[in-house]
Design a protein. Structure first.
Ligand code: NDP
Ligand code: 8X3
Length: 251
């Protein structure tokens, strides 16, 4: 039975990944800031499946809170076999000369520093056991930049660099590292980016069929079910109507 920790499990990809994996032989540790949403999801999963679920409520930007949360994990959910670094966000679509420093800090602190804080706490146990799998949520924005997306794209370029760094640093220990790089997917992502302006968020997905969270959850399940000698290093997945972060049909 695998112990799986998923950050950002209160919505979108993280929630869908948790729902999918709850039907497999595992225990889930789910993290996010919104306690009501996360606790409701954990209860639903425990009612519907045999899967034990542990909610951890904290902000990945808060290094002390990350440490306290990871140290609080009870023995029965340890050791962590799989870490899914999914928590992340984009804020606004401003060009560099107009961007708000506060928005930049939120993206950099969550998408880069938060991912590093959690990995630094979890990876040593994997190294010690010479076993484990880390899945990082990159993006097509790990490969291209688009207008107004500069700092978000920079954080996702960093996730690509860190995924390669983890793969090389952990190579001697047999730890798998996979970066999944989705294109446009309809989750709470654009609502968060535009501060709750749902009409503006909906426009992002007008005129084509975007990915949905389950598409990414199915890929995570596939990645985790490869034989021990197979590591998928990176998967780029877009809607059929989208070539990359820049070129989308009908846009
Ligand atoms: P959602 O907004 O639906 O989910 C984001 C999750 O991250 C939520 O559970 C949120 O929980 C959590 N989160 C955000 N900030 C923090 C924080 N500071 N501390 C703890 N948890 C946090 O978006 P998606 O599911 O779409 O995004 C998931 C990941 O996928 C992100 O890394 C995103 O960059 C990436 N991605 C998304 C794409 C898309 O088009 N949707 C495409 C490519 C990549 P809470 O608010 O409760 O803390
Ligand atoms: C999220 C999707 O289109 O903003 O990574 O790059 S996009």
């Amino acid at each position: 039975m695998r112990n799986i920790l998923i950050t950002g499990a209160s919505s979108g990809f993280g929630e869908a990944i948790a729902r999918n994996l709850s039907h497999t032989d595992c225990r889930l540790i789910l993290t996010a800031r919104r306690e009501d949403k996360l606790v409701a999801l954990c209860k639903e999963i425990e009612d519907d499946t045999q899967c034990p679920v542990l909610p951890l409520i904290f902000d990945v930007r808060d290094q002390a809170a990350c440490e306290e949360a990871i140290r609080s994990i009870p023995e029965e959910f340890l050791p962590i076999d799989v870490l899914v670094n999914n928590a992340g966000l984009a804020v606004e679509l401003d060009p560099i000369h107009k961007g708000a420093l506060e928005d930049w800090e939120r993206m950099i602190d969550t998408n880069i520093k938060g991912l590093l804080y959690i990995t630094r706490l979890v990876a040593p146990q994997m190294v010690e056991r010479k076993s484990g799998h880390i899945i990082n949520l990159g993006s097509t924005a790990s490969h291209e930049v688009y207008m107004g997306g500069g700092v978000y794209c920079a954080t996702k370029h960093a996730v690509l660099a860190l995924s390669k760094a983890m793969r090389t640093d952990f190579l001697p220990y047999g730890i798998k590292v996979t970066m999944i790089a989705p294109g446009a997917a309809e989750t709470e992502f654009s609502n968060v980016r535009f501060h709750g302006d749902q009409a503006r968020a909906d426009k992002v997905y007008e005129g084509y069929d975007p990915l949905v969270a389950k598409d990414i959850a199915d890929i995570v399940e596939f990645v985790l079910n490869r034989p021990a000698h197979v590591c998928l290093n990176e998967i780029i997945v877009t809607p059929t109507a989208q070539f990359n972060g820049v070129i989308t049909r009908n846009k």
